[in-house]
Design a protein around this ligand. Structure first.
Ligand SMILES: *Cc1c(COP(=O)(O)O)cnc(C)c1O
Length: 452
């Protein structure tokens, strides 16, 4: 019998997260105070984030960090997630490769984001915080945070990118169902939003604009912290639960991945699936290949520059060492809202610089081709973001077909697309198109990178 799914019992779930910073040969450079350019300490971040998250952010010492009991208990609501062998997809591509995917779409919120929303809200609650704010692109993070805030008795206020509020209206309904308040960004309710709308009244918003607004609200509301769904190192730490489970599940298959692929917005699901395996490349000389798949219209890994830049469009955040397209970068109106971000997290940026991983950029139509093939073979409609990982997987599987190699490919299915159906409708009706960005445009946006 060919086993299709590999599932861990609740008693087998990981009880610690993996912090790759401790094992990295070249550590990520520190975030800088934008005014003084001094390296920031964890305490410097306390006004913005939960204190424990600030400590985790800069921890380059401890490779293993205990998952608090209360967080483990909430993880058991939906974990483990299945590891699945994609036999039907393999057959459709006629590849000798063995394709596995980790299915992070099985929780009711629909994506991996809840893996970090739960600990972030837990740590806020533990230190007596009553309110949280955040940004959301596609709305997956906002939905996850709204739920996590509710279960820990915290009020949540979410700025959702205006474009995706229109593309995916049900996501704001989900957030409101869990009791969060939701506003489209750029909005007139913050200084940052007003400034952006004054320059460009039709600005569709981006993760960068929504982050600026959420930080401003957090700074001006008593007992309120800001939370972020991607990019930062503590978020990727929480997401390591994906790869740690996958490592145990791959052992059940009797195989080990030659290639690991994740789609890339800020790096949390890619890092989550990759880092526990990359640890064996660093420590044990394994040769697994890691590939991040980004939209070709938002190509920070493949065409950005490694620089200190702001994490938001208004320049409120610390300066982060990252591959960036410039914090003023205005991404095209693609449907993968979660990937419309100008920069990459500091850990991934360092790993890319050190060639521990690589990146590919993929046009929108190829991602939907891949998503439709996956739906029709494996029965799951993937999130437009996840379609990037599937497209990159199909490219690798086709290379195996040409070379005859029986490689083992593992990709992360970061979420389902059931709230993204208008984008599939557009694709099926032939109304979806590719976007590109020219070198001149990128040069122009890169001028917004501060000189330090
Ligand atoms: C947010 C999101 C992403 C992108 O964020 P990362 O931090 O890069 O993982 C990818 N897929 C889905 C389904 C998302 O919701």
């Amino acid at each position: 019998m060919k086993q299709k799914k590999f599932i861990l019992q609740e008693s087998e779930l990981p009880t610690q997260w993996y912090n790759i910073q401790a094992d990295m040969v070249n550590k990520p450079l520190p975030p800088l105070n934008p005014a003084t350019h001094e390296p920031l300490k964890a305490e410097d971040l306390f006004p913005i984030f939960a204190e424990e998250c600030c400590r985790q952010e800069l921890d380059q010492e401890h490779a293993w960090i205990d998952i608090p009991e209360e967080v483990q208990e909430k993880y058991r609501f939906y974990r483990s997630t299945p590891l699945v062998r994609a036999y039907e997809l393999e057959k459709a591509i006629d590849t000798p490769a063995h394709i596995y995917f980790k299915n992070e779409s099985t929780n009711p919120l629909g994506s991996h984001k809840v893996n970090s929303a739960i600990p972030q809200c837990y740590y806020c609650k533990k230190q007596g915080v009553t309110n949280v704010t955040t940004e959301t692109g596609a709305g997956q993070w906002g939905a996850a945070l709204a739920y996590a805030a509710k279960i820990f008795g915290i009020e949540a206020a979410v700025y959702q990118v205006k474009l995706t509020m229109q593309q995916k209206p049900y996501r704001s309904s989900i957030m409101r169902t869990f009791g969060a308040s939701v506003e489209g960004s750029p909005s007139m309710s913050t200084r940052a939003g007003k400034d952006i709308l004054t320059v460009d009244p039709t600005h569709p918003g981006s993760l960068g604009t929504a982050i600026s607004e959420a930080i401003e609200l957090a700074m001006s509301t008593p007992n309120c912290k800001y939370t972020l769904g991607s990019v930062l190192s503590h978020v990727t730490l929480h997401q390591s639960i994906i790869g740690l489970e996958a490592e145990k599940q791959m052992a059940m298959t009797g195989e080990y991945p030659d290639i690991i692929i994740g789609c890339f917005g800020g790096g949390s699901n890619f890092g989550g699936i990759s880092f526990p395996f990359m640890r064996h490349n660093i420590l044990d000389g394994y040769k697994t290949q890691f590939i991040a798949a980004e939209p070709n219209s938002c190509p920070k890994l493949t065409r950005g520059k490694f620089e200190y830049d702001f994490g938001d469009s208004s320049g409120y955040t610390p300066l982060l060492p990252m591959y960036t397209l410039g914090h003023k970068f205005k991404p095209a109106n693609i449907h993968a809202g979660g990937l419309r971000y100008h920069g990459a997290g500091t850990i991934v940026s360092q790993l890319l610089k050190d060639k521990m991983m690589s990146a590919v950029d993929i046009p929108q139509l190829e991602t939907f081709d891949a998503g439709i093939l996956f739906a029709r073979t494996e029965g799951i409609i993937p999130a437009p973001e996840s379609c990037h990982a599937i497209a990159a997987t199909i490219r690798e599987a086709k290379k195996c077909k040409e070379s005859g190699e029986e490689k083992v490919i593992l990709f992360n299915l970061s979420g389902h697309g059931l709230i993204d159906m208008p984008s599939y409708d557009q694709y099926i009706n032939g109304d979806l198109r590719n976007y590109t960005v020219t070198d001149e445009e990128i040069e122009g946006f890169l001028e917004s990178v501060p000189k330090i």
